[in-house]
Design a protein. Structure first.
Length: 286
């Protein structure tokens, strides 16, 4: 009888240990943080010689390094799917996103991280323009070809208003085409121009040496004082990610490691202006 009791005591002890171990393992498991990725060059570069060297690719690696308390998972998804997952409360983040009033209803944003890239009219032909650039609103009124813009994408509040009006008047057409597909179309001569960031053209010209040269046409209404942010689901979990990230961004704002990432794929001629603006706006908020 005493032997049976000893066996039972041993089994009970073992069960308690396993139970406690299970609780401990569950409690210490890292929460999963999903990063939205897509094919918006040069934010994400999914193949070729510069694979995963896009600015957003690099920022995800940066946050993976400095937010080790999370299990990081990269998931290819359209912007529409990213918005849908954030709206339903899944913990998902975009490493570099502009603010809009609608997005703020379901996303938390980090502290200001980066002055946005300059938007330009990407064209197969050089265009004469004044020093301040062409007026996009006037250009669209007289453009016989019409402008293709990417649906579910923000070009900044000022250009968004101009584009929305142009869509209503029939001078611009929203499309589900990706950036890469638009470059293929302009290379084949199927479109004459489209709207994008200067860095996309930097990437294109670098990757297509000897083929069609594309030109960056400055836009008068475009402003440098637009900013990009880390954006995560508007939930307690997303708020915690943003709090952790803000601490890292404050510590690293002046560090060459982060600044080198933020300057990726910029037009060299624009670097001095960008750096002065970064110092005046981003560093001064720290």
């Amino acid at each position: 009888m005493r032997h049976i009791k000893a066996v039972i005591d041993t089994l009970l002890s073992a069960a308690i240990i396993l139970l406690l171990t299970g609780f401990h393992t569950g409690a210490s498991a890292k929460p999963t943080l999903s990063w939205a990725t897509n094919d918006l060059i040069p934010f994400y570069i999914n193949d070729g010689a510069y694979k995963e060297q896009g600015i957003s690719d690099q920022l995800i690696r940066f946050f993976e390094t400095y937010l080790p308390q999370y299990k990081h998972v990269r998931i290819p998804m359209t912007m529409a799917r990213f918005y849908a997952q954030a709206q339903q409360g899944d913990l998902v983040c975009n490493p570099l996103l502009l603010k809009t009033q609608n997005r703020e209803s379901f996303l938390y944003y980090s502290a200001t991280m980066k002055p946005a890239y300059a938007h330009t009219l990407v064209s197969t032909h050089p265009v004469d323009y004044p020093a301040e650039g062409i007026s996009l609103s006037e250009f669209l009124k007289n453009d016989p070809d019409g402008l293709i813009v990417q649906a579910e994408r923000s070009y900044g509040p000022i250009l968004d208003r101009i584009i929305d009006q142009a869509i209503k008047s029939g001078h611009a057409k929203p499309s589900q085409l990706t950036t890469q597909q638009l470059f293929i179309m302009i290379e084949k001569g199927r479109i004459i121009h489209f709207l994008d960031i200067e860095n996309s053209v930097t990437y294109y010209n670098k990757m297509h040496t000897g083929t069609r040269t594309l030109y960056n046409i400055p836009i008068k209404e475009d402003r440098l004082d637009r900013f990009s942010y880390l954006a995560c689901t508007k939930s307690p979990e997303g708020q915690q990610v943003i709090a952790h990230a803000n601490k890292i961004l404050k510590e690293k704002a002046a560090n060459p490691e982060l600044r080198t990432i933020l300057e990726s794929w910029m037009v060299p001629e624009n670097l001095p202006r960008f750096r002065r603006f970064y110092d005046r706006t981003i560093l001064n908020q720290q």
